[in-house]
Design a protein around this ligand. Structure first.
Ligand code: ADP
Ligand code: MG
Length: 331
């Protein structure tokens, strides 16, 4: 193994891998020192390996001039959020990265500093990946691995009529942070802007709650594309109507203040990037989840004949017309 001075120019893919990425393996044998064609993940008796991938593209999921360490941390966190929603214990990750030409070494080092910070915080390490150059925008994709006790990973399809619908925390801050960055908010008290922008840049994966979700929820997922859109996935796969009560959906103080200034709460439940856990549980389990910090926001009803299973949003008992439920990538 060549030892490289830390400030040596990152002239090619191999220098980059050896100098920047190899330290992120923390010497874990799975990664084989990033000197092989594969990573090798041993089976853990009594557990299932849970795997999820999410990609972030410049201009779509982040701004090209966002700080690179924050881009890296968000790439890890959106994946960790998927594990959290399934009650999985984080294990490690693969990193696929496409650099456009001319990215300075300092930028790449900052990116890796962000990975280091969050992988230490969340107890994971790098197992491998791929590095390519691209004529297009920068792209970062993470595939994350976690473990759940065998057979215990909740899906989207297990919710039943009568289950309560719960959410792990406030909705809409990240969307407001994005609007704030775009200069789209009405004149307001700016003292909360930092928190809103932080919610957009650095979601907090709810790993603190996952274990309870795994044991109590009939269906669970994290919300990334907007509460309404993601609830409709549980509705569709579970063949129930997810009846959400807008008036019970928790919002932060800052969001509440902005609603007072004319921001529509419907935008908050349609905007994405919340990374809270949405789950369903029968009344007893729901009560236990509420003591853990979940908030009840609705009820699973029988899907009406002739109406597709999915989602409805009520406010003061009346069904609202939601035309744009959430973020969908056009293809
Ligand atoms: P290949 O020729 O099969 O694409 P590479 O030369 O790209 O192989 O990769 C060599 C080693 O470096 C492998 O262990 C791979 O997992 C690792 N690697 C490459 N890019 C990354 C990356 N972005 N993050 C982590 N590991 C990487
Ligand atoms: Mg490669």
């Amino acid at each position: 193994m060549r030892l490289l001075h830390t400030d040596q120019p990152l002239t090619d893919e191999f220098t980059l891998i050896a100098e920047l990425f190899r330290p992120l393996t923390d010497g874990m044998p799975e990664a084989r020192g990033l000197a092989d064609d594969v990573a090798v993940l041993g089976a853990r008796p009594g557990f299932d390996l849970v795997v999820s991938s999410d990609a972030l593209v410049a201009g779509v999921h982040f701004f090209s001039d966002d700080p690179p360490d924050l881009i890296a941390r968000k790439a890890l966190r959106v994946n960790l959020s998927d594990l959290a929603a399934k009650g999985a214990i984080p294990y490690g990750y693969q990193l696929m990265i496409a650099w456009p030409p001319g990215i300075p070494d300092a930028y790449k080092r900052d990116f890796v500093r962000g990975l280091r910070e969050d992988q230490t915080r969340f107890g994971i390490c790098l197992f491998g990946g791929d590095t390519v150059s691209t004529p297009g925008p920068m792209m970062v994709a993470v595939t994350i691995f976690g473990h759940v006790p065998q057979g215990s990973c909740p899906g989207r399809g297990g919710a039943a009529t009568g289950d309560h619908i719960l959410i792990s925390g406030p909705v809409g801050d990240a969307w407001l942070g994005l609007q704030c960055l775009k200069g789209n908010l009405p004149a307001h008290n700016t003292s909360w802007d930092r928190d809103l922008i932080r919610a957009y840049h650095l979601p907090e994966p709810r790993l603190d709650l996952g274990g309870r979700v795994r044991s109590l929820a009939t269906a669970a997922m994290d919300i990334s594309d907007g509460l309404v859109a993601d609830a409709s996935h549980i509705g569709r796969y579970s063949q129930v109507c997810m009846s959400l009560d807008l008036d019970q959906v928790p919002t932060s103080k800052a969001a509440h203040h902005l609603i007072g200034l004319g921001i529509s709460p419907i935008d908050l439940i349609s905007g994405g990037d919340d990374y809270q856990i949405l789950c369903c549980a029968p009344p007893d389990g729901a009560q236990q989840l509420i003591t853990e910090g979940f908030v009840k926001i609705g009820l699973c009803r029988a899907a009406e004949p002739g109406r597709a299973a999915g989602v409805e949003v009520l406010s003061q008992g009346r069904r609202l017309d939601i035309t744009r439920p959430g973020w969908v990538h056009g293809l």
